[in-house]
Write a protein that binds this ligand. Sequence first.
Ligand SMILES: [Zn+2]
Length: 308
Amino acid sequence: MKKILILIMVVSILTAVVTGCGNPSKENDTGYKVVATTTLVADLVKSIGGEYVNVQGLMGPGVDPHLYKASAGDVKLMQNADMVVYNGLHLEGKMGEIFENIEAGEKVVLAVTQDIDESNFIDFVSSPGSFDPHIWFDVKLWKEAAKTVAEGLKELDEEHTKDFESNLEKYLGELNKLEEYINKRIAEIPEENRVLITAHDAFNYFGNAYGFEVKGLQGISTASEAGTSDVRELAKFIVERKIKAIFVESSVPRKSIEALQEAVKAQGFEVEIGGELYSDSTGDAGTDDETYIGTFKANIDTIIDALK
Ligand SMILES: [Zn+2]
C-alpha cells in the first residue's frame, strides 16, 4: 500500500514537472507555417489546412487591405513562412512588390484568385486593365479560391494530400449550405427592394451573383474619397427610389455614409443606416462572425432585415 502511495506521489510530481516545463507555444511548433494577408484568406487556409497548418494572419478584423502597408515584422514573418497566401487582384495594393520578392524564393506563394477564369471578374472601372478584387462576395468564386488553396497545400505537404482533399470536399459542402441560406433570405424581400448602398464598392460581385443593384459611395478602392457631387447624385437616387436603408462598413470610416444620410435628409427624405457590413474582413475573433461563413451570414441578415 505504502509503495503504491509513493508511486502515485512520484508520478504526480513528475507530471507537474513535465507540464510546468512544457513549452507554451508548442501548438505553434506543429504544422507548416502559413502567413495569410487578410482575415478572410486566413480563414480559408485554416478551413482546408486544418491541423496540418499553423496560420498567421497579417491584418486583423476591420483592417483596410487597400491601404495596408506591411511592417518590417510582417516581411520577416513572410520570409520565415513555409507558405504565403494572399487575395491578389491588387486587393493588397501596397504589398505587390513584397509578394514578387518572396516568390523568388523556395516557398509556396499563391493568390487565392490566381486560377479563377478572367471571364468571372468585374472590371475595375477607375483603373482599366485590372479587376475588382472583392470576389469573396460571390460564394461560387470563393469555392474556386478554396480549390486553389487545397492545391497549394498539397504542394507544400504532399503526405497529407488525402486530408486536404477531404477537408476541401467538406468545406465545399458548407459553402453550398451557405448559398442556400443566402438565397432563402433574399427571397424574403421583393425584387424592387434589392438595392445595396454602401461606403465603398466592395459588393459588386454580391450584386451580380444574387441580383442586387449595388452602389458604392467611394469607388472600388478606399484609396479615393467620395466627392460632394457623388454624394448629391447618390442622395437623389435614394430619394427617387425611396430606398429604406444604406449601410456602413467595418473597414471604412462611417462619416462618408453619414454625410450621404444628411444629403438625403436635405432633399426631404429619411433613409436609415441599416447597420454595419463586413466588407474586406471577417468579424472579430471569438465571435460567430470570425469565419467567412459567419461573416457572410451576418451581412445577409443585416441587409435583409434592413430592407424588408
Ligand atoms: Zn475593399
